[in-house]
Unconditional design. Structure first.
Length: 128
């Protein structure tokens, strides 16, 4: 006694006549594949297999912001050494001192880099 759906359905390839494999895909239904002539059949339509491109084209990074960094004549407010000037498009110029680890922002505000001096390693900082 066989249950409904247990019987094997045989479909022959329309191009070469070989028995096709069946793959059930939930969103598409039954897909019939022929391994000899490399065609797939979905409903009544035939699709030819093809290889993927071995070297796909590289993606273009559209969101690239150009920054220009140069040594300026502006002195650091703490150590007095010349600061790096970083020119950013649409914003202006900000200045950084890598010895004191601080940044002079566009409007004149000063901020430290994570409040860690350059000569102190993270292992030397005590947990508070």
């Amino acid at each position: 006694m066989s249950r409904l759906g247990d019987e094997k359905i045989v479909k022959l390839c329309p191009q070469c006549g070989v028995e096709m494999w069946v793959v059930d895909i939930a969103t598409f239904g039954r897909l019939w594949l022929c391994k000899d002539c490399e065609v797939a059949m979905l409903g009544e339509r035939l699709y030819k297999w093809r290889e993927q491109l071995s070297n796909p084209e590289p993606q273009i990074n559209v969101k690239s912001i150009r920054t220009n960094k140069h040594m300026s004549t502006k002195p650091c407010p703490e150590c007095g050494k010349p600061m790096w000037a970083i020119v950013e498009q649409d914003y202006g110029t900000r200045h950084q001192c890598e010895d004191c680890r601080l940044t002079v922002m566009f409007g004149g505000g000063i901020s430290r880099w994570r409040n860690i001096p350059k000569n102190v390693m993270p292992d030397d900082i005590e947990a508070t």
